[in-house]
Design a protein around this ligand. Structure first.
Ligand SMILES: Cc1cc2nc3c(=O)[nH]c(=O)nc-3n(C[C@H](O)[C@H](O)[C@H](O)COP(=O)(O)OP(=O)(O)OC[C@H]3O[C@@H](n4cnc5c(N)ncnc54)[C@H](O)[C@@H]3O)c2cc1C
Length: 390
């Protein structure tokens, strides 16, 4: 490989939260200087093996592998038993399976064939792949309570107001996209408010915002109270049991586990509520619940949560805000004009296929242009590739 293929201004190692947020921030902030940023990632791309709203033809795999010559793997198999085997055989990273998704470290004495081992009580799970921990995380997007960061052992010098600002910025970066966070910050619109009043996501968003997934399917209106919270502009949502002097009809919409946990916690304390999740739901909160408009997401249909509960082993409907989506837009979204548009139409989800009438039909009306820095300035490469070329 020619030497100038390695001529980059900045090199970022790892494509998880730290790496991706840094890379996209630098690309945005330094766009006038057109920096060439290289991300080195030890793992492969991972994608869903099934059709999704935004990728009916399951084209992402070929798009990455054939068009962009990238190493890519599917999440563990859809079938229950095969999926379980897949998790252990293909998805765990170990010698002779370095491309596994889960990098598991156990501290303690190693046994032989499972005998005689001793765990010190600490096991560490990390993800290995483009997007890092976002590939397997539980999507929970909460900020730590103040007392954690107010501990004098932290070397931080932020004021509470500065801290608020950074949390809101980070929340936007994972809710909608890193580039969007900086753009809205420049307009002093963080926390983000849609000026049209339609609860539409910001222009150029990769994801559709945070959600509170507690109902059995999207669009149901559970019985919840929204409690104002100075630390969260979305407020905290709690089950409303008091109103349910029997039977409270809407409480039946809650996912059983959420209903039981919240009811039990409500008996113990007033400090409880639903966590914010970085997952696209069918209808962003606050937009009209209109059964006559099945795709009433402002703009276009998106991948959305189907309540399968398999976030930690790979989201089949492609609804989670994994960082590989943001990187796909930044890196591969641009090569080849027609193709780039199709990738971008997928926005928060996987790319669309090169062929297929349905695909083209789906693509219409969902295009957005890549900004220049998104097109040109972030590349993802693999550590192993680097080693091979040395
Ligand atoms: C199962 C699970 C659930 C979780 N749920 C949540 C949650 O709900 N909410 C939450 O806030 N947090 C959650 N976390 C934690 C969160 O995922 C991590 O805090 C976060 O991913 C850390 O980001 P990072 O950038 O530091 O590292 P990572 O996201 O781990 O990224 C590191 C990247 O570097 C790559 N890498 C490592 N070594 C090399 C090398 N030598 N060369 C090249 N690349 C390399 C890795 O492959 C990886 O892609 C969860 C974690 C796990 C494992």
């Amino acid at each position: 490989m020619a030497l100038d293929a390695f001529d980059y201004d900045l090199v970022i190692i790892g494509s998880g939260f730290g790496g991706t947020m840094t890379a996209l921030t630098l690309a945005e902030k330094l766009q006038g200087q057109k920096p060439r940023i290289l991300m080195l990632e030890r793992g492969t791309w991972w994608t869903t093996p099934v059709s999704t709203v935004q990728d009916k033809m399951v084209a992402t795999y070929d798009f990455l592998r054939t068009t962009h010559k990238q190493p890519v793997q599917f999440w563990s198999s859809v079938e229950h038993f095969k999926g379980l085997i897949d998790l252990f055989l293909r998805c765990v990273r170990r010698p002779r399976n370095e491309d596994g998704l889960y990098d598991i470290t156990q501290l303690g004495k190693r046994g032989w064939l499972g005998f005689g081992g001793e765990n010190d009580g600490v096991s560490i799970v990390r993800a290995s792949g483009v997007g890092g921990g976002s590939l397997v995380y539980s999507n929970i997007t909460i900020r730590p309570p103040d007392f954690v960061l107010e501990d004098s052992r932290w070397p931080l010098t932020w004021t509470p107001a500065e801290r608020e600002r950074y949390f809101d910025l980070a929340r936007h970066a994972i809710s909608y996209g890193v580039v969007s966070a900086w753009r809205e910050a420049a307009k002093e619109n963080i926390p983000y408010r849609d000026s049209s009043g339609k609860n539409a996501p910001p222009q150029g968003a990769v994801n559709a915002g945070l959600s509170n997934i507690v109902t059995r399917s999207a669009r149901l209106d559970p019985k919840w109270q929204v409690v104002a919270d100075p630390a969260n502009s979305r407020g905290i949502k709690r089950i409303d049991v008091a109103a349910g002097t029997p039977p409270e009809q809407q409480n039946r919409y809650w996912i059983d586990r959420a209903r039981i946990f919240q009811t039990a916690m409500g008996n113990l304390t007033n400090d409880f509520g639903t966590v914010d999740s970085a997952i696209n739901d069918l209808t962003p909160e606050g937009s009209p619940l209109d059964p006559a408009a099945p795709h009433n997401y402002p703009g276009a249909p998106i991948n959305y949560c189907e309540r399968q509960g398999r976030c930690n082993v790979g989201c089949l409907p492609g609804a989670r805000h994994t960082l590989n989506k943001q990187l796909m837009v930044a890196d591969h979204g641009a090569r080849g004009r027609g193709l780039s548009r199709r990738v971008l139409t997928a926005g928060p989800g996987p790319a669309l296929a090169d062929d297929g009438e349905e695909c083209h039909r789906q693509a219409r009306g969902r295009r957005r242009r890549l900004s220049r820095h998104e097109r040109d300035h972030v590349a993802v490469s693999r550590t192993r590739n680097l080693a091979e070329h040395q």
